[in-house]
Design a protein around this ligand. Structure first.
Ligand code: 4AD
Ligand code: MG
Length: 430
């Protein structure tokens, strides 16, 4: 007899199978037990009739508790009323373990309680759907870049060079010397792009974010393409195409999960070419027109991002930020030194920034000067400076925060549900 996974149950219509899983719920009508079992791939109902099973199996239904582990042997029958179109007519039930007092019950629990039990909370239908959507998003990003000839090259986690400013570094001891956990793979990506042309890295990145917001984690996953000879416009085109592809793949392949979390997909369906592209100046004007007190030259705060993002139906790309607020590697606008060729992509529905990137400074003297101005240790950047010595070319790239994308696509109120085990200012457990 075949051991079947619930997601493939239609392949076994009319046949006898073995299902292994956990009890999700149960009810009885006296002569019948209806047992809901989940196996990690789906949920199915097993009907246990006194007439069809041995006495032990029938009596076991009585003592089965939520999350008890078990095996069910039975026949797969089509049933139009069943959620997946099939149910199991049970022949035998074997208990693996009876779970005692599973802490997460169908009643409402507070966020702290659920976060403390994150290792168990993952079993609930909603978390399950969100994390399956996360997987689809990652898969889509990678497929998109792979298909366009970008080479995946993994960049290091331990690094002596700060990429995104020195205020959010996690420092660690490396056999007596000081290194940091990476904030972004970008600098190494730039080296790889000069070797391979079009590259990307995908991995965990770390920032000691001291603010507690619905958008910030201290450990998050970023996918970062980088391409030689790309200018700012090429970069924005790539970001736009990637976001459209990701949304379409999720709509196509994860409609069931989107339904489970009750995501209204009307706005997602509108994600199509072209995205509005506005300058930083125009974004500031939107804020001023809405009566927000915002000084030119500042970075957008969470509330500003929400307002700008809600102003558009589609994702919006903002470019040409004040040079002062951007990292040392950003290329300045040749037409206006005060502006840099950075670009951010804001998701709609109030979600704000999901992508940050831009065109890099390729000139040797300017990069050397910036490293000095930013008080960065030249030693740690010597290899980066080499890239400008040996065949430097214009190049661009960006980083897309996976958790921010999951949060938007699933329309979540906080990034804590977008990753199996979130790391935040006040949480490193479980
Ligand atoms: O805008 P950021 O800081 O850009 C960079 O790190 C560039 N070096 C990337 C590049 O050009 N290769 O971060 C990029 C994205 C943000 O748009 C956001 O989606 C995500 O990373 N991000 C965070 N996500 C969750 N928690 C945080 N604390 C995040 N910080 C950035
Ligand atoms: Mg940014």
């Amino acid at each position: 007899m075949k051991t079947a996974y619930i997601e493939n149950i239609s392949d076994y219509s009319g046949k006898e199978v073995k299902i292994r899983g956990w009890l999700y719920n149960k009810r009885t009508s006296g002569k019948l037990w209806f047992i809901l079992v989940r196996d990690g791939t789906g949920i199915i109902q097993a009907v246990v009739s006194k007439a069809d099973v041995d006495e032990d199996s029938f009596n076991m239904c009585d003592i089965l508790t939520q999350e008890s582990s078990l095996t069910i042997i039975g026949t797969v029958n089509p049933d139009r009323r069943a959620p997946g179109g099939y149910e199991i007519q049970a022949k035998k039930i074997e208990i693996i373990q009876i779970a005692k007092d599973y802490p997460i019950t169908p009643k409402e629990h507070g966020t702290t309680f659920l976060m403390d039990h994150r290792h168990l909370w993952l079993r609930s239908t909603r978390q399950y759907a969100i994390l399956r959507i996360r997987q689809e998003i990652i898969k889509a990003c990678r497929n998109f870049l792979d298909e366009r000839g970008f080479i995946l090259l993994d960049t290091p986690i331990f690094t002596p060079a700060a990429c995104e400013g020195t205020t959010t570094l996690f420092e660690t001891d490396y056999f007596g010397s000081k290194v940091y956990l990476t904030q972004s793979g970008q600098l190494y990506n730039e080296a790889c792009a000069m070797a391979f042309g079009k590259v990307y890295c995908f991995g965990p990145t770390f920032r000691a974010e001291k603010s507690k917001t619905r958008r910030h984690l201290t450990e998050f996953w970023m996918i970062e393409p980088e391409a030689a000879f790309f200018d700012l416009d090429d970069n924005m085109d790539l970001a736009e195409d990637m976001v459209i592809y990701v949304v379409q793949q999720v709509l196509k392949n994860k409609s069931k999960e989107l339904k489970t979390i009750e995501r209204d997909t009307t706005n997602l369906e509108k994600v199509s070419k072209p995205f509005p592209r506005i300058t930083y100046d125009e974004a500031v004007k939107i804020l001023h027109d809405k009566g927000v007190d915002f000084d030119w030259g500042n970075d957008f705060g969470g509330a500003d991002e929400t307002i700008i993002s809600k102003h558009f139906e589609k994702p919006v790309i903002i470019h040409r930020f004040p040079s002062e607020m951007k990292a040392f590697y950003m290329k300045r606008d040749p037409e206006n030194e005060k502006l840099s060729l950075g670009c951010d992509l804001f998701a709609p529905e109030g979600y704000g920034e999901i992508i940050g990137g831009g065109q890099r400074e390729e000139n040797l003297e300017i990069v050397e000067k910036r490293i000095k101005e930013f008080n960065l240790p030249r030693d740690a950047f010597e290899w980066y400076i080499d890239l400008r010595k040996y065949g430097t070319v214009p190049h661009s790239g960006f980083g897309m925060g996976i958790e921010r994308v999951v949060s938007w696509i699933c329309k979540l109120s906080h990034v804590r549900e977008t990753i199996p085990f979130p790391r935040m200012l006040y949480r490193v457990t479980p």
